[in-house]
Design a binder for this molecule. Sequence first.
Ligand code: FAD
Ligand code: NA7
Length: 470
Amino acid sequence: MEMVMKNKRVAIIGAGPSGIAQLRAFESAEKQGHEIPELVCFEKQDTWGGQWNYSWRTGTDSYGEPVHSSMYRNLWSNGPKEVLEFAEYSFDEHFGKPISSYPPREVLWDYIAGRAKKSNVEKYIKFAHVVRWVSFDEATKLFTVTVENLRTGETSSDTYDNVIVGAGHFSFPNVPHFDGVETFPGQIMHAHEFRGAEAVADKDILLIGASYSAEDIGTQAYKMGARSVTFSYRSNPMGYEWPEEMTELPLVERFDGSEVHFVNGEKRKVDIVVFCTGYLHHYPFMPSELTLSSPNNLYPDTLYRGVVSEANNQLFWLGAQDQWLTFNMFDAQAWYVRDVILGRIALPSKDAQRNHMDQWLSRFEGLKSENDQIDFQCDYVEDLIDQTDYPSFDLKEVANILKGWVKSKEEDILNYRDYTYTSVMTGTTSVEHHTPWMIELDDSLERYLSEPQEDEARQVYRGKKVRDKA
Ligand code: FAD
Ligand code: NA7
């Protein structure tokens, strides 16, 4: 076994939470005395963290590559941190004190980086290296991975036994066409390019879409003083109890200059349009016979156990699902993939894999409610964890927290981030943040971890108009 592992080479694409999880999984096995393969992780950005590595840029980055992150400056976690916590690196361990349940982006980036630094995986990562192409040779059973060093412009190719794709799938915008949209004179963008809502103050904004991006950018726009926020849905409205400045209308029928017509006959003038219409699974470095083609859903077909490519069992995908769970799900997947590569888990026949996928797909297709979806993903993760030595945790309770989160948004969509939850990893109940989310305008790590006086906390306004909380 040891000789085999020594000679094996594994390429990991991306050093976001998924790619780091994979490196950490192998390192954990090595620490237990197991031989691990040679690992190379290619990350096209200058640092790790994937989506959490915020960039002010839109369009292309400093190397001329498509900007990866879709996060905006003032983004706060949209789910409680208790459902994403690593089972082997708690928030308590990282911050040394209880924090609130909905930290801002920089705080979560710090947490991801903290685990990565503690585990010493940086040595495997080649930053500013973009994977340009992956191919597979049936004769040698090896992948060739072609990479460009973005700092030098040098291209090189190497062979690998396994490729693990952790490139994310919320970076390539899905942008539908609407009649007359080219006549719209105001600012128009996809959520991928949205970088902050300060400029929306006193403006009328239209968000097309009815999922996380629309909900989150809409509430952020309201927080920053938008005059009106209009959502446009294709299938179903989100249905929250919005304040009077926020309205849900059915789908846009056409644009006529700054006037937007909706399919129910209503029309509205708006200043800014944001397409919150989701993302494409797009992997420009993958040939068609190896790539993953899927809508954004909880069980992309052709992935056995959600990770092993049906097309080629030496190829794996991490985090390819839509995500109720994130960091700990990527860990569960990474530990499983590691054990397949190390030979600790034997894959069944192709037919048995297909049967297994069909069973999960059939359950997936029968899901009726958000609570069903939550149970589905928690069961999926539990099933993976049962097969490896990733520390198990109470996924039933995580599902309860997620269901509580859904309910909290129904109760108070503008202020659900002020709710607190209890960690299943440590038993620690999170603290109320010193400043209610709706009036907190400083999203920095420093401000978040500070302990200001109550009066001072309420003066952090940067002179902007905000909607006060009762
Ligand atoms: P990513 O984070 O996307 O990382 C992929 C990495 O791969 C990137 O670093 C990228 O540069 C690299 N890469 C891509 N292509 C190549 C290539 N060809 N060569 C080399 N490197 C490459 N999750 C939560 O838990 N809570 C939240 O509040 C939350 N908010 C979100 C808000 C937005 C706007 C978005 C888009 C996502 C949000 N998510 C949230 C989900 C988020 O996707 C996950 O938290 C997590 O970042 C996914 O990790 P990943 O490693 O799979 O992918
Ligand atoms: P999602 O969750 O994939 O949602 C996409 C939304 O866009 C959804 O409401 C779709 O409506 C809508 N959509 C898609 N195509 C169209 C067209 N053609 N017209 C109108 N509406 C459309 O993407 P998000 O960006 O919200 O969230 C992705 C991640 O980013 C998530 O993990 C967050 O944490 C942040 P549908 O309901 O299918 O009719």
